[in-house]
Write a new protein. Sequence first.
Lengths: 704, 182
Amino acid sequence: MPPPRALSEFVAEANEVLETLAHDLAVLDAQRGREPEPDLLNAVFRAAHSLKGLSAMFGQEKIAGLAHHLEDVLDALRLGKVQNSDALVDTLLEGVDVLTLMLREAAGEPANPDTHPRAAAVADHFARLAGGGQATSADVLDEVGIDPAIRAVFTEYEEHRLRENVKKGVTLWKVRAVFSLEDFDTRLAALNTTLKPLGEVISTLPSSQPGDDASIAFDLIFGSGRAKAEIEKAVEGVASVSPLTQKTISPARDAVPAEFTPAPRKPPPSALFLQEASAPDLPAFGGSSQSGVMQGAEPSLRSLAQTVRVDISRLDGLMNTIGELLTVRANIQRLAEVARQSGSTPLPKLWAQELQKESRALERKLDDLQNGVLDVRMVPLVQVFDKLARLMRRLVRQSGKDVHFEVAGGDVELDKLIVEELSDPLMHLLRNALDHGVEAPDERIAQGKDARGVIRLKAQQLGNQVQIEVGDDGAGMDETRIRQVAIERGVVTREATEELERRDLLNLVFLPGFSTRQDVSELSGRGVGLDVVKTNLSRLSGLIDIDSRRGEGTRFLLTLPLTLAIIRALIVGVGDRTFAVPLNSVTEIVSVKPAELRTIERHEVIDVRGQTLPFVRLARVFGLRETPVERHFVVIIGLAQDRFGLAVDALLGQEDIVTKPLGGRLRGVRGIAGATELGDRRAVLVLDVGALVEELKRPTAAVG
Amino acid sequence: MARFDDLLNRFFYRADENVGAWLELAPEIADSIEELEELPEEFLAFELSTETYAVPIGAVREILKVPLITSVPRVAENVLGVMNVRGEMLPVYDLKQRLNLDSTPQRVAGPNDVPRETRVVLLKDPEGDAGILVDRVKGVVRLMLSKLEPAPTLGAERRAVAGLGRKDGQLYILLDVEQALG
């Protein structure tokens, strides 16, 4: 029995392999009905193979067994014995799901009674698929005439690739290159990269006629439809090109479409997964095209994902250290300032200069360190997008609707913590888009739309924020219905709705108690759990906005900070107290004179460029003594779709802060997220802007 | 009465009494005394106003000079605020009101607001460590658990007193930390 630590490492690694597998299968799915790309197939095959080896090594026989079946099917697919079809991808994805379940059990989660029957069914299905391949027809390789000495060293897979190339009427070439022993690996890789756009490198063989002692020669078996001159030009000075076969056969012999070229990649005609286009070129895991002899030597247990796994608690510790280093920096700065001001003694001036220099150097290094650590925390959104894509695939199937699910921007990176927390809200929004956004095909045709609906999931980075869009081209929301329902449910008064603009009206759906499940169908559904989505986002300091046009669709825009670990905060003063306000929720700062304040139902409001916002005095919220001022500094807070002005007495600057929770007994003080230390080691309270907003919206709250 | 106690104490041997000098003179009785002897527990004694309180030494994390204390809105009156102990944010409590020693809450923001002898005793607590502001730390006192008296019922607010200890004519009020902070 392996120790728990080894087990947890196995689970983490196997999980990564499964995630890669699922991602590649999604890409494969987008290519269904056509001949899949050899590189992709190899990657998928290898993932299954790794999983088999990995689980066998850790004594996980059940997982190894199923992975073995999976590997067989993929091998058959790779060898062209099985066609890439819908049914096949469905089975493969089910296989991945079942493997994930089994892995969870291995990790110690309670067993799911479904797992074993499902595993048996999948294994059975796999066995039938793998065994059911049709026999290959008359061997075309015999007809083209290849040197038997060369042919003898090809693997079954390489022969299959040769055959495929021959069937397409592509000419096979032998590209001979001689490299120095010192750097042949990098130069060989470079040659592969050069050749790839022109055709397919089927095999790399060490040449039977080596050069001198200091060099090594390779024969690259290369299939390409390009003219000899073109290939020669590409590899000029590196390698020589000669035909491998004596003759070519006409492509018309076989039904395989001839337009297949491995690269450059064309987006698949159905463009179902945009991520396929944005995904980085599959890295050559030890060189998928440099197979042959080199492949045999490759360790199959190599980790598939090119990411580093770091324990989040270790990162948190590192973060704390950085927080303290930041304090040191501030201390040095303060010392320097003090010394500079007491310039009457002979020593301080030079000393202060030195100190200031040090402080600047320290600051630069801290910046590097901070960025480095933040980078480690960053993970690409594709981790959650892939899971969502798989879920959507299943949901679309079940719904009977025809929907085109577009994903883009999976390479955008966010703090791991945020990415993890995002999957639920995004799932909610996507489910809603499918269930209630996109109409049934006949309904769409009746409205003159394409029968196939579109649901979009798109991410992009905008400065220090990431924007994620969840959109559909469905029915859109009915504002009049929203207004009615909001009034019926007592969420707003009729008078209040008169004053609401379109945007605010739409945003009513985020209020708790706005809708219940029964409303779903009447209201084109929006509203199911949207308040939950909003709460989740607020917790991540995120904003959510909504845009919807009747008949054209609905669009949710989520704006999120890149990280929550170290944040920039605005330091404000109220009376003799100091507070920190996270800057990611501050949209702007204005100053108003007391005379410019207006009241609505005795609640104070201010006018910011034509928009009326609630005016909240921080002193009053916290029951502090208010000091009369000539003008208020108003920090405009924007959180999700809520905006209000927070009045403070003084603005004291900006700082990078690490928010720490208040010691156990004071946890959960409303409106306080925690405390941070500033330069003089004093604790400064950090406002919980989300909680303040919630309070403000509760009509009974003693705010404002 | 106190004088009578004193006389009795002088006359009779008490388990917590230091009789080392006598044991040297009569080593043969040392073993029998050891058997009878209950080991005294160590307590940290400190002053709050005119009274002397004590907490088990095992419950004390450290004793601090009064740091800068940031007051926190919306918390109970006996919370003076939070202090930064090497990066940890911990609450500081004022016990005087709860213990009826003072009727008005004090405002302490830092070392300049209190006499020089004032300290913060940082107590370990499963609910989260917390500091209490004390007027003076007296030192460690060894008390026999079996000799502790239960707290007399003087009023409703005596819940924060776990018991009373007596040594050398000094009354030590044992603090029930859980109740005092709650």
